[in-house]
Design a protein around this ligand. Structure first.
Ligand code: SF4
Length: 476
């Protein structure tokens, strides 16, 4: 695990009624969702009921070269996916969309989230003869829907029935020969929205993907809702809506989502500024300048500066050209890695008392290196403020906090962390304020990794390790 939390995935789907190039639209949509997953990506296209796909490890522009895009032909519908794995390995086989071929018809499926009962369901299915090709929980969803299809009138009925069985976080786009379907779990852990371009319909994890293809935002998919698009237009099924108090991941606003996205009615950029202004109220300090760690600390730094009256400054320049291919230095040169990625603007911090804003601390090692850089550039005091509460517990809903053991705040007191990071003072946003940052939001929030109180039952350690064991066995 790195020193940042990772989101699992981004999903995209388009149903064309205007002669649009659905493959190019999905490509552009995925491009703007790249921040949600950089390990693998894929697309499935539906040409007159025939579903084909292409997926591989790598970034969207690496996987979908001109030649690959040209080879995909054309179609009326397409779905896409970019992935950062939290369940299953990072290999090609777990890339999505999954394409299922079955007597009841083909289906393609892309998933953002994480099931909490995947291990049990998988075991049940395997005991009835199911054979899994991947180690991801997405295949468990695909199997569950396919099984329900045997006794359902339609694919949407099968999806609705499958939702009685699968538990946890799932925002899905599903493509059948004639329909494009968007599904959000009843608690709405992960975002999913709907847009329209001319007479065509689009689904995406975030509204920034709609903007990228010139689609208008229509609305968010409600927690528990199924939206079906076919030749008759969109139709909503709300059997699973309103059953439970919604629990959108609050960290979507703090870090995961792009600041230009609007999630469940709230602008991410404004939510981050609000986090900064709450921080200034909760943890005031006498200082000369407020700076943010690029990128997601910048908005919160603006908010802190506005609220506190301390001037905002640009304290760091981030090297924009560092890609996944950046060769990580050895252990003894780790500090250089931070220097290469991030450089201080000496004139902003030299001789000054600095308020340093970042979004969160996972292990604390990167924070300590950043603070060292500031001191070397002449900062006289460094007061660190975090626009998230301390992470203390694992996440079971689609991020890579898999164990408390990796979390600095689980093992250490505030004073110990302050010393380890090397700052003059340290302050985290409170959980109460974190839940208020998305002021216009129409939903409730999950804050399980901060409080240990989860909105639904989570797997016991025993169950979790059993699933992990099963996965590793299946890789032998
Ligand atoms: S546990 Fe934390 S990271 Fe996971 S969904 Fe809840 S708020 Fe988000």
């Amino acid at each position: 695990m790195l020193d940042k939390l990772h989101e699992e995935c981004g999903v995209f789907g388009i149903y064309d009624n205007d002669g649009l190039d659905v493959i190019l639209s999905a490509y552009h949509g995925l491009y703007s969702l790249q921040h949600r997953g950089q390990e693998s990506c894929g697309m499935a296209v539906n040409d007159d009921g025939l579903i084909t796909g292409y997926k591989d490890t790598g970034l969207v522009n690496e996987v979908f070269t001109k030649e690959v895009l040209a080879s995909m032909g054309s179609g009326k519908m397409a779905i896409g996916h970019c992935r950062y794995s939290t369940t299953g390995n990072q290999n090609r086989i777990n890339a999505q969309p999954l394409i299922i071929r079955h007597v009841k018809g083909p289906m393609a499926l892309a998933h953002n989230g994480n099931l909490t009962n995947a291990a049990e369901l998988r075991e049940e299915l395997e005991m009835t003869g199911a054979i899994f090709h991947t180690t991801s929980d997405t295949e468990v969803i695909a199997y569950t829907i396919t099984k329900e299809r045997l006794i359902s009138h339609s694919i949407e009925d099968a999806v609705c029935a499958a939702m009685n069985k699968i538990k946890g976080a799932y925002s899905l786009v599903i493509m059948s020969p004639k329909k494009l379907i968007a599904v959000r779990d009843p608690l709405g852990f992960r975002p999913l929205c709907m847009g329209k371009i001319k007479n065509s319909y689009v689904f995406a994890s975030e509204s920034c993907a709609l903007d990228s293809i010139g689609a208008q935002f229509v609305r968010d998919i409600e927690p528990g809702e199924i939206v079906v698009i076919d030749e008759n237009g969109p139709r909503s099924i709300k059997t699973h809506c309103g059953c439970e108090k919604s629990s959108l991941c609050v960290f979507e606003f703090i870090y995961f989502a792009r600041p230009d996205s609007v999630v469940d009615g709230s602008c991410v950029h404004i939510a981050r500024q609000r986090a900064g202004s709450f921080l200034a109220l909760e943890h005031p300090v006498q200082a000369d300048v407020v700076i943010g760690v690029p990128d997601s600390g910048l908005d919160a730094a603006l908010g802190y500066a506005k609220q506190s009256g301390i001037p905002y400054g640009v304290g760091f320049i981030k090297n924009k050209y560092i890609g996944r291919t950046f060769i990580q230095p050895g252990q003894t040169q780790r500090e250089n890695a931070v220097r290469i990625k991030l450089n201080t603007v000496r004139s902003t911090v030299e001789g000054k008392r600095v308020v340093l804003i970042d979004d969160s601390i996972v292990r604390g090692t990167t924070s300590a290196r950043i603070v060292k850089l500031l001191r070397e550039s002449g900062a006289t005091e460094v007061h660190m403020r975090l626009s998230a509460p301390p992470f203390r517990y694992p996440c079971y809903f689609g991020t890579d906090i898999d164990s408390s053991e990796n979390l600095i705040a689980y093992k250490h007191s505030l004073e110990e962390m302050r010393q380890m990071i090397g700052v003059d003072s340290l302050g985290f946003l409170s959980v109460e304020s974190a839940k208020k940052i998305a002021g216009n939001s129409k939903c409730g929030f999950c804050a399980g990794c901060f409080t240990g109180e989860y909105p639904i039952e989570v797997p016991s350690t025993q169950k979790k390790s059993k699933f992990e064991k099963k996965i590793s066995e299946s890789n032998d």
